[in-house]
Design a protein around this ligand. Structure first.
Ligand code: ARG
Length: 279
């Protein structure tokens, strides 16, 4: 059994989208022929940050770098568990320089940092739920990185295979609502089953028999690219059915419009890297 949803104060790292635009296409959401509005991206991002601050969370900022328009998707910058930082190693050359910018931020802020040998895109594909690490593969992250991360943190890693290019990162297809350190399941998640291979779907239903199953219309507005503090769930307000499903479980959905950032293929979660302290 899981307990009633309860909020826990979080620490997030974000990057203001001062240089946001779509100047290359590396996922099916990106279309270089569609105009972007950087000022609007900044406004939406500021609202997202303000929501976190109002909820009592801490938000650290990494300085944006000109020429790295995807830096706003901070979740991809690294993965931090127990204060130990596993760096990203990006697939596409356009994003590769981001890994060092994020790693430097963590080193300068006193974290134990590890430079990844294997290809991975941070919390885009490596999610923490209670005692488990759920790790996506199929598009941006290799299973060798799952093993590397598992060794680093001494945690059990569950590999999940993504099969639909619209859901190219695990965090576009699965949201961690809360983690449980005890109980009979590792925590509570919501996911879109069709984004996963049959084998991974079976693994997910074994691990999380009570999971929320999102419908396609919510998944395709990246409604699952959401951020939960254990009670409040920040997500795309267009994911209407999902909001109802969350309310039924006792969660409090908070809609934040990130339509401009969706042009790059990301929502609230993509913009938010969680810093999990030691202990
Ligand atoms: N344009 C970025 C890319 O394709 C979007 C990254 C979205 N981030 C995420 N955590 N899913 O790499």
């Amino acid at each position: 059994m899981t307990t009633a949803p309860a909020a826990r104060a979080r620490r997030y790292l974000m990057c203001r989208p001062e240089h946001f635009t779509v100047s290359y296409e590396i996922n099916p959401w990106m279309d270089v022929s569609r105009p972007t509005d950087t000022a609007r991206a900044v406004q939406q991002w500021e609202r997202l940050r303000d929501v976190y601050l109002d909820l009592g969370h801490t938000v650290d900022l990494v300085e944006p770098v000109a020429g790295l328009p995807d830096m706003v998707y901070a979740a991809n910058g690294a993965t931090v568990v127990d204060g130990v930082v596993y760096s990203a190693r990006f697939t596409h050359p356009e994003r590769q320089p981001e890994a060092d910018v994020y790693l430097r931020w963590f080193a300068e802020n006193g974290f134990e940092v590890h430079s990844a040998r294997e290809r991975n895109e941070g919390e885009g594909d490596i999610l923490t739920v209670g005692p488990l690490t759920l790790a996506g593969t199929g598009f941006r992250t290799d299973t060798a990185a799952h093993a590397e991360a598992a060794g680093l943190w001494g945690r059990e890693v569950v590999t999940l295979e993504l099969v639909d290019p619209r859901f190219y990162h695990l965090d576009t297809a699965l949201t961690v609502l809360e983690g449980s350190e005890g109980g009979t399941t590792p925590g509570v998640v919501a996911y879109y089953p069709d984004a996963f291979s049959a084998e991974s779907r079976a693994r997910l239903s074994d691990l999380f028999p009570d999971a929320v199953h999102a419908v396609e219309s919510d998944a395709t507005v990246l409604g699952l690219n959401a951020v939960s503090d254990g009670l409040h769930v920040v997500l795309n307000p267009a994911a209407t059915r999902l909001q109802g499903q969350l309310v039924e479980r006792g969660y409090e959905p908070i809609g934040v419009d990130t339509t401009e950032l969706l042009l790059g293929g990301g929502g609230a979660k993509c913009c938010t890297l969680e810093i999990r302290a030691a202990g």
